[in-house]
Ligand binder design. Sequence first.
Ligand SMILES: Nc1ncnc2c1ncn2[C@@H]1O[C@H](COP(=O)(O)OP(=O)(O)O)[C@@H](O)[C@H]1O
Ligand SMILES: Nc1ccn([C@@H]2O[C@H](COP(=O)(O)OP(=O)(O)O)[C@@H](O)[C@H]2O)c(=O)n1
Ligand SMILES: [Mg+2]
Length: 229
Amino acid sequence: MLGQQRYIILADASYSITAYNLKIWESFTTEIPTQVKGGKGPFICFVLGGPGSGKGTQCAKIVKNYGLTHLSAGELLRREIASNSEYGTTILNTIKEGKIVPSEVTVSLIQKEMESSDSKKFLIDGFPRSEENRAAFERIMGAEPDIVLFFDCPEEEMVNRVLNRNEGRVDDNIDTVRKRLQVFKALNLPVINYYARRGKLYTINAVGTVDEIFEQVRAVFAALKLVTE
Ligand SMILES: Nc1ncnc2c1ncn2[C@@H]1O[C@H](COP(=O)(O)OP(=O)(O)O)[C@@H](O)[C@H]1O
Ligand SMILES: Nc1ccn([C@@H]2O[C@H](COP(=O)(O)OP(=O)(O)O)[C@@H](O)[C@H]2O)c(=O)n1
Ligand SMILES: [Mg+2]
């Protein structure tokens, strides 16, 4: 998967965050596949759902039971902020606004994790959150997901869970979660519908106890003959 590494300079004003003068994202080395992967690449499961729908909680149970490697796009971005990288401040401001970080940044972080892992089975949590995310992943990674899980949760339940999450996150407040729900409806739902049209989407009712919800995940994995570890 390493292929030829090249630097790409992105001058892109199409993202909703140009308010932060994010005109140039540079030096994100990304693999530009000369061809779509010859052989079967790793098994990829995208995990989608609004803020507080239970993605992270269910991913932890999936990892424990099925041994997939969990990559949370949000966690990778928060780690980038904590590392005081030159893009950290901009990513932090974007997250505070509940907006979507430029896709090449997020895909680059996911790509690095996948390429440095021995795993062949990935659970990519909170990604893709927009059409740009989806297209950038396919363009850069030359891969599509095998399946997409969507945790479907009523807005008020999501708001309650986020406000009670107590992880000290800058985006766990009523103002930001309202903005995030707008982003979810405007940008995330179209991606969910895209995968539904391609027959890859499995919708899970995300209301109930953690175990009740996980039983639905088990049923999906059983139907796909994905065996527990
Ligand atoms: N089924 C559930 N019922 C009640 N609370 C839940 C449930 N699943 C997760 N939570 C809690 O809701 C909050 C958000 O869950 P999380 O897994 O972080 O969601 P997401 O990653 O989709 O934002 C966490 O505090 C978590 O403990
Ligand atoms: N693909 C992604 C994932 C997250 N993010 C940013 O990171 C924030 C937190 O994502 P997260 O997945 O950790 O959030 P939760 O759904 O877990 O609450 C999002 O609100 C976005 O601002 C992004 O820009 N692009
Ligand atoms: Mg999460």
